[in-house]
Ligand binder design. Structure first.
Ligand code: SF4
Length: 281
């Protein structure tokens, strides 16, 4: 069934992922969505952005997917939770967009990152896009919460040069309160990546008073060090750039009063990862 492009005014490229985008796919029928998810012929994207230097090595083109099964209290992009907020984009169109950038990305030692939302909500589209990117000679990165990692086969994992894996919390109850989901599948995916020797960049969002518990962070650090495939850790200080989206979407935002993470706190947490031999920024 052909997909309908709903909005002619909204282009695939956005200035940055903090641009609020909603209801780009509302007129796509349920059966078309089901078929798209099964085949990967079409993906639902919030946007493409170019020139990122924080989503993998070098300069990156990033495709932001729509749809996420987590509900992180600190989410910067709640407009990506609902897949129907994404724009239907055929796999061919996405590959063409990548082809356009491939020479520039090579010159800038960069590549392509699939982020979200949670890209593995659209695992067939993700796997096929990574395979296409690799065949174009483009370095690939997957930015994921890891919950659906089992959806990728071992061969598909080989198409991903680095996994940017978010571990949100160590304590199972804290993780549930923070994300509304279990932590176990994320840790299992990390172990599987280690067994397959696929590099991980670990990402940890640091929120004062919420995810700054020393013991919890030490547990994550020791787990990551034992894996043996964590190339670096990025401690991402919480900020309020996504707050306006919660308000506009009319969703209760629990972190309204929370301040951005201070440099001394970021340094303390980086120090905890460094203490177990990891490289942390
Ligand atoms: S996993 Fe990412 S996109 Fe999903 S709710 Fe959490 S922060 Fe938001």
């Amino acid at each position: 069934m052909p997909m309908q492009k709903v909005s002619n005014e909204v282009g695939l490229e956005a200035k940055d992922p903090f641009e609020l985008r909603v209801n780009l796919g509302v007129e796509v029928s349920e059966s078309a969505v089901t078929s798209a998810l099964k085949t990967g012929d079409t993906g639902f994207l919030h946007s493409f952005t170019t020139g990122s230097t924080v989503d993998g090595p070098g300069v990156r083109v990033v495709a932001w997917t729509a749809g996420c099964q987590f509900r992180c209290l600190y989410c910067h992009n709640p407009d990506t939770w609902n897949m129907m907020n994404g724009m239907p984009v055929t796999l061919d169109r996405a590959i063409e967009a990548l082809r356009k950038y491939r020479h520039g990305l090579k010159l800038m030692f960069g590549g392509f990152t699939l982020s979200g939302g949670e890209p593995l909500m659209q695992d067939r589209f993700a796997a096929r896009l990574f395979t296409a990117a690799k065949s174009l000679g483009i370095h690939t990165a997957l930015d994921t919460n890891g919950y659906l990692g089992e959806r990728l086969s071992d061969n598909e994992l080989e198409q991903i040069d680095v996994v940017l894996l978010d571990i949100k919390a160590w304590d199972p109850e804290k993780h549930r309160q923070l994300t509304a989901k279990e932590v176990g599948p994320t840790l299992d995916f990390a172990r599987r990546l280690a067994a397959r020797k696929r590099p991980i960049w670990l990402r940890y969002v640091l929120v004062p008073g919420l995810t700054d518990d020393e013991n919890d962070i030490n547990q994550i650090a020791m787990f990551a060090a034992r894996l043996g495939n964590v190339a670096r850790v990025d401690v991402l200080p919480f900020h309020q750039m996504g707050r306006y989206k919660w308000k506009k979407l009319g969703v209760d935002y629990a972190l309204d009063e929370v301040a951005a993470a201070a440099p001394w706190l970021v340094e303390r947490v980086c120090g905890q990862f460094r203490a177990v031999g990891l490289t942390a920024y």
